[in-house]
Design a protein around this ligand. Structure first.
Ligand code: ATP
Ligand code: MG
Length: 253
């Protein structure tokens, strides 16, 4: 069984061009993907390529216009089962309540997952410890630094002990040391120790190179290339940047 299998997954929007003219616009067009369990799968592509839209469809935040997908063997329609088995780590100030403490924020999200009060207490303690915020759990979110906010987003993404963890540019805004720690956490803790599958969208090619077992490169809504990382750069002098440029048709500029 694949952790993620997407078949012709498509999302289009209508852009209004004048009063009568609505133009169909493909944010993601016929995306086909297979991600094996235990992989760290990297999704690369320029701004506007469709990465976030694809992640939103795979995490049930957005329903596909066409196509289908299975997450952990469940069809996208099996909402309850999928929600129990996935986590989403998306940093971003506005996704937490600024005037609640870190712990209160996690309480809130635990309730959304229907985690009982007692279990949530225990889980939140464990997670705050894991992301090194144990002594800062009772501070307002708005007083956190970017790195602390990011670590809290990780804790939130792991509340329901998900088997697959989706991440959308998780190291954006982190200093080099925090980013390094985070990558180590993904590799050593989430994947090696806990045997999770990680699906990560990133702009940082060195990050993809360091972490990923496989990658896909998207451009203008389409997946242009899918490959195992070891097959891409091992045999010749091509860097991942060369591969990236070629995939998006910018090789000769
Ligand atoms: N709700 C929406 N309505 C209309 N167009 C949308 C909507 N959401 C996304 N788009 C468009 O779909 C395209 C893909 O956007 P998306 O956010 O998925 O790209 P991305 O690869 O995540 O980009 P970035 O690297 O900048 O985060 C963009 O052109 C965007 O304007
Ligand atoms: Mg995005």
């Amino acid at each position: 069984m694949y952790a993620i299998a997407a078949k012709n997954l498509t999302k289009y929007f209508f852009h209004q061009k004048g009063f009568f003219n609505r133009q169909k616009f493909f944010a993601v067009k016929k995306a086909n993907l297979l991600v094996q369990e235990g992989e760290i799968f990297g999704l690369l592509g320029p701004n506007g390529a469709g990465k976030t839209t694809l992640i939103k469809m795979l995490t049930l935040l957005l329903s596909p216009s066409e196509g289908e997908a299975e997450i952990n063997g469940f069809n996208l329609k099996a909402e309850g089962q999928i929600k129990r088995s996935i986590g989403l780590i998306y940093p971003g100030e506005r996704s937490f309540y600024p005037r609640l403490t870190a712990r209160q924020n996690l309480d809130f999200f635990a309730a959304l997952h229907n985690i009982s009060f007692k279990l949530a207490r225990k889980k939140i303690d464990e997670l705050l410890e894991l992301v090194d915020l144990k002594n800062m759990g009772d501070i307002w979110f708005e007083e956190y630094s970017s790195g602390m906010k990011q670590r809290l987003a990780i804790a939130r993404g792991l509340l329901n002990d998900p088997q697959i963890i989706f991440m959308d540019e998780p190291t954006k805004g982190l200093d080099p040391l925090e980013a390094h720690r985070f990558r180590k956490f993904i590799k050593d803790f989430l994947v090696k120790k806990q045997k999770k599958t990680v699906f990560i969208a990133t702009h940082q090619l060195d990050e993809a190179q360091e972490l990923c077992t496989s990658i896909a490169i998207m451009h203008l809504g389409e997946i242009k290339l899918r490959a195992k990382l070891e097959d891409l750069t091992g045999t010749n002098d091509n860097t991942l940047y060369d591969v990236f440029l070629e995939a998006i048709g910018e090789k000769n500029t």
